[in-house]
Design a protein around this ligand. Sequence first.
Ligand SMILES: [Zn+2]
Length: 309
Amino acid sequence: MKKRGRFSTRKRNRTNKWMNIIVGIFFILIVASIIFIGVNGWNVRQAIESVRGETEQPSEFQEIVPNPDEHVLTDDEVGNDHQEAKEPEEMPLKKVEEPQITPDNKVKVEPKKKSAPVQEKPSSSIGYIEGQELPDKPKYVKGILIASKQYPLPKDFAPGESKEARAAFDEMAAEALLSGIKLQAFSTYRSYDYQVTLYNRYVERDGQEAADRYSARPGYSEHQTGLAFDIGEVNHEKHWASTSFGETEAGKWLGANAYQYGFILRYPKGKEEITGYMHESWHYRYVGKEKALQIFKRNITLEEYLGIQ
Ligand SMILES: [Zn+2]
């Protein structure tokens, strides 16, 4: 009896020991999970995704990211060229869900950091002239039609897509094709009324301050001139209206060659305070071959070229 009793006590002790170890492990796991989720900003989805190693931003984050371009607005683009069968309503949703910037882990943090100082900079939300009314006539400088945060267009200015610019684009696209690059202008002319719809939609969703960072106010969009072409590559829609386009072969090809066809990169990197817009690697403006050559060679913006900065 004694022996048996001692044996069962030892057994019980051993069982208790194992129970303690198991409970301990569970406790460590739970604490580790809590810490991990905490590190991920108390966002369970983000924590899970970071375990999976996914680079896509959770939607909560996307909404905070200031979209650096006015091209979240591109629903109409698709309608414009009729080459895509997508419903116009699908475009903005899709655009917003896509990471706007290169699918690089680093950018997860970058836009967040940027969003605060951007408000102070004149690069986006500031730049409009307080209380300015839209003019009766468009502004031409040196024969170039200008549309910027300082020089808006009249409400009724509705020239449609420029035929000259389209012809130049077609010529450029044919040349790019020889290098295996299939260019597509996914957004060109946008009417005043359409910009009203888009801008209001973004103000409603993100507030005016945020909307001003990525969307032009009605009358202020260069797309209303019919001379602005948002260019991307066929079958590479994920880079459309995205900073990452600048890193692609097509983006680089355009950067190096567009001037030969009369197009300039309208909002270059580092010139945000002059142009009033963040860098847009896909937004090209037709100014004609001669002027484009000058602007390209001197590595300046349209504002600097026209002396209207
Ligand atoms: Zn554009």
